[in-house]
Write a protein that binds this ligand. Structure first.
Ligand code: C2E
Ligand code: CA
Ligand code: CA
Length: 737
């Protein structure tokens, strides 16, 4: 995938190549040009020096008068000829020009030009310096070795100034000598010219030297220089280019590697949060365009912190790697598996047909955790909570998709349902939830005359050995005006987060105590347990409320029990324990709810002022069908532990005979569950004559009738009512297979 950065880097190399080639070529040309100019200048200077020497030789025998009048006698001509002969082949021609530009002498006999090059001639006369120029000799001539063919010969044409001192001086003639001496006139009657000053330029010699060989040598030299410079520069360029290219390659691959590392999780090699966010953004954009559905599955490992703390971080890392391995192996290529950090993983489903399909996949993912993980010698059972959200069903963009999947995962963890699809009810910030909160306010506010929306249902606790009902747990239901009956899982967390929980608890307590008073007046007595929230037990207000209610309704405190979850208990023991102690001191019994999923240590359990321990239904359901390996041992340990501290043990969520038998065998005291009865309205409970009568003012002789599936006395029927009594959430999140 060529990124724009990669393209930019490559074009840098190319840019360097082009610019450096141009620069090197310019440098090479400049070098060659300068060198050839220097050599050419040198050749001209050499030629000029030769010409000056030749001029000195030749004009030394010419009288200065000849330059003045332009006439050379045949004897003088013969003298010049003989002076020039010593200069060999290189000399092409000698011309002597008089001061006025008349050709006085030429060494050749052929066609001769009548005039000098006026500009140059004038320049030489003015400056007194020689002037050299290379000309093309257009005349036919023989070039040795060229088969006598005509070719253009190069000639160095040098004008050399002739000073009076260079010449042989004035002509010496008898008449002239006398006349000049006697009357200052020439012998022919004219006035003799004054003798020129020795430095005066009296004329010029034009020396033409054969320059062809020099030019050829010069071209050779320039060619050689060109080759050397060119070769050197090419070699240098190649070296530079190679260096730049490899460096750029290295930088490029380092940058790519860094970019890759920044997008991958270092432990598992899976895409990280950033890469996932990028993919999500693109997938969501595509989905908006083509109307497809995008699913996001979030999962985290239950109790990973405990695994890390107890087995060490190396083992924790090993587990994460194995989880990544399983996830990667089980999904389609187009699905993106990412690690978000810690023990959180995400799976992006770019094109999922329906929410149900996404949920099915989430269940498949959860099933990947069924085979134990092997960490060294250890075989470890690990569970995960999985949240599912889809776009456009639950979210409209990638960030809301991430948020809704997170809400769903949190719900799965909180309700221990394993897999949970996003529901606005669970979402603190969803408008639906805010509406529900308003409705709850209203439900708690309704005046005494109106039909209350909130009501308490009661689920029997049964003695496992006698089969008799030994108590009831009060569970709240909300008859919502538009949404039907809502289970507490829907609104209790909402009440806890909004501070309404104290009103909810007050309602539950007053209903339960009032019901106890009614039953008691009827002569029928069985203890009722009310669930308290973690928020209730951090201050003793709740104890005052309970005391007030018991007193007002004349109900003995031992008929009321409270249930507090283990997690609430251990969250803040320093504040909770004094409240529990006060409850104990007024005679109200305390049960630890959902025991086994918190982290209570044995020492803590011994010090807690509690009377009953309710084993969480997670462990109870493990006993079904022979149970998961070790589940009986776990329950047995809990029972032994509780009994050793004189606590009563109650098993929750008993749904079948087999589980009930197993619990009985393991020594569990009481049981509760759909197998006996779901929570039902007070009016639908078994006739209270069937309930054991304790501390009744007038104990009747009737024996207590055991309840059970075969002889249910509830209005809805135990098994049949079970499903109906289950919360919509629990029912809907049950695997539909
Ligand atoms: P919990 O205290 O653990 O209550 C037991 C839950 O298990 C009840 O759910 C009950 O209907 C359900 N259950 C009973 N037998 C079985 C069974 O055989 N199988 C299965 N699968 N479930 C069974 P419910 O009524 O939906 O209550 C859920 C939770 O809401 C309760 O858990 C409790 O923590 C809370 N809650 C209920 N009423 C109140 C209340 O008045 N005040 C407060 N603070 N919390 C309440
Ligand atoms: Ca409970
Ligand atoms: Ca419970």
């Amino acid at each position: 995938m060529p990124t724009s950065a990669a393209r930019r880097r490559w074009s840098l190399t190319r840019y360097f190549a082009v610019v450096s080639v141009v620069a090197m070529a310019a440098l090479g040309c400049a070098l060659v040009w300068v060198t050839s100019n220097v050599m050419r200048g040198q050749a001209l200077r050499d030629g000029t020096a030769s010409a000056e020497t030749l001029t000195a030789y030749t004009v030394g025998s010419v009288p200065s008068d000849a330059f003045a009048d332009g006439l050379v006698s045949p004897e003088e001509q013969a003298q010049i000829d003989s002076a020039a002969t010593g200069f060999g082949d290189r000399l092409v021609e000698i011309r002597l020009w008089s001061a006025t530009g008349l050709l006085m002498y030429s060494s050749t006999t052929g066609a001769r030009p009548g005039f000098p090059d006026n500009d140059r001639f004038a320049h030489v006369q003015r400056s007194g310096a020689a002037d050299a120029e290379v000309l093309v000799d257009l005349r036919d001539h023989d070039v040795p070795g060229d088969g006598g063919s005509a070719m253009q010969r190069r000639v160095l044409d040098v004008y050399v100034p002739v000073r009076a001192s260079d010449t042989a001086g004035p002509r010496v003639t008898d008449a002239g000598a006398d006349g000049a001496a006697a009357d200052g006139t020439a012998g022919d009657g004219s006035t003799p010219a004054a003798a020129p000053h020795p430095d005066e330029v009296v004329g010029a010699a034009e020396i033409l030297l054969d320059h062809t060989a020099s030019e050829a040598a010069l071209s050779d030299a320039v060619r050689t220089v060109g080759l050397v410079v060119g070769g050197g520069l090419v070699a240098l360029w190649l070296l530079l280019f190679r260096t730049v290219f490899t460096t750029s390659r290295r930088l490029q691959s380092t940058a790519l590697e860094n970019a890759r590392l920044a997008l991958l999780d270092s432990l598992t090699g899976l895409p990280n949060r950033r890469l996932l966010a990028e993919r999500m953004r693109r997938t969501v954009t595509a989905a908006h365009e083509d109307g497809s559905r995008v699913g996001l599955v979030l999962l985290d490992i239950d109790r990973f912190k405990d695994i890390n703390d107890s087995l060490g971080h190396d083992r924790g890392d090993e587990l994460l790697e194995q989880v990544a391995e399983r996830l990667r192996g089980a999904l389609r290529d187009e699905d993106v598996v990412a690690r978000l950090g810690g023990d959180e993983f995400a799976i992006l489903l770019p094109d999922v047909r329906s929410v149900a399909n996404a949920e099915r996949l989430a269940r498949r993912v959860r099933a990947l955790f069924v085979p134990p993980f092997t960490l060294g010698e250890l075989s470890l059972h690990v569970e995960t909570s999985v949240g599912v959200a889809c776009l456009p069903d639950h979210a409209h963009d990638s960030s809301s998709l991430m948020r809704t999947a997170d809400v769903a995962m949190y719900a799965a963890k909180h309700h221990r349902t394993g897999v949970s699809v996003y529901s606005a009810d669970e979402d603190d910030s969803s408008p639906a939830r805010l509406v529900l909160l308003g409705d709850l306010h209203h439900a708690l506010d309704t005046d005494a005359d109106a039909e209350p929306q909130l009501e308490m249902h009661y689920q029997p606790k049964v003695d496992l050995h006698s089969g008799k009902i030994v108590g009831l747990e009060a569970l709240m239901r909300w008859r919502h005006p538009t949404r039907g009956i809502l289970a507490p899982g829907t609104f209790i967390p909402l009440a806890e987060q909004s501070g309404l929980i104290h009103d909810v608890t007050r309602f539950a307590l007053s209903q339960a105590v009032a019901q106890l008073a009614l039953w008691r007046a009827d002569g029928r007595v069985t203890p009722v347990a009310v669930n308290l929230s973690a928020h209730d037990v951090t201050s003793s207000t709740v104890v005052d409320v309970i005391e007030g209610l018991l007193e007002r309704h004349g109900v003995p405190p031992e008929l009321l029990e409270v249930e507090i979850t283990e997690t609430a208990l251990v969250a803040d023991p320093s504040r909770v324990v004094p409240v529990l102690k006060r409850l104990g001191s007024i005679g109200v019994k305390v049960a630890i709810d959902d025991f086994g999923i918190g982290n209570t240590s044995i020492a803590q359990l011994r010090d807690l002022p509690v009377d009953e321990l309710k084993i969480d239904r997670l462990f109870v359901s493990d006993l079904r069908d022979g149970g998961r390996a070790g589940s009986e041992v776990v329950v047995q340990a809990m029972v032994d532990l509780a009994h050793s501290f004189d606590l009563r043990v109650v098993a929750e969520g008993v749904e079948d005979q087999e589980t009930a038998s197993a619990l009985r065998r393991l020594g569990v005291d009481h049981a509760q569950g759909f197998w006996y009865s779901p929570a039902v309205p007070a009016a639908a409970l078994p006739a209270l004559s069937d309930v054991p009568r304790q501390r009744r003012p007038r104990p009747p002789a009737t024996a207590a009738a055991p309840v059970g599936p075969g002889r249910t006395t509830t209005g809805t029927g135990a098994r049949g009512g079970a499903a109906a009594a289950r919360s919509p959430r629990t029912a809907s999140s049950e695997p539909n297979s």
